[in-house]
Design a protein. Structure first.
Length: 108
């Protein structure tokens, strides 16, 4: 799974959890997402740094070659919601374009 799909999945899980009383931490774990801990840490650090999510801390440690991440209460931000909306619209437009190309190819 490429990095953008993983990021989209994390943000979508956080969006869906907005209605829940309690958040299932395991739903965005490295294991649940099928990625290594170093990759998960780097992706979460990016999401926190760029302001797509809040509720976590990152730091660098001498004994670790990737950022350490501690999530206290991850929440989706407005910027994260906008990312989801923009990418949903782009996917719909791409699917529509594929359908048009496919229909045109069948006519030839």
């Amino acid at each position: 799974m490429d990095d953008f799909r993983i990021i989209y999945k994390i943000l979508r899980i956080l969006q869906n959890s907005m209605d829940l009383e309690e958040f299932d931490w395991n739903s965005i774990s490295a294991e649940a997402l099928g990625v290594s801990v170093p990759k998960w840490s780097r992706l979460m650090a990016m999401l926190l740094k760029e302001g797509y999510i809040t509720g976590g801390e990152t730091w660098n440690a001498m004994d670790c070659g990737y950022p350490r991440v501690a999530l206290s209460r991850p929440e989706l931000t407005l910027k994260g919601l906008e990312y989801l909306e923009e990418n949903s619209l782009m996917k719909k437009a791409a699917d529509l374009a594929k359908g048009i190309v496919g229909t045109a190819a069948n006519m030839i």
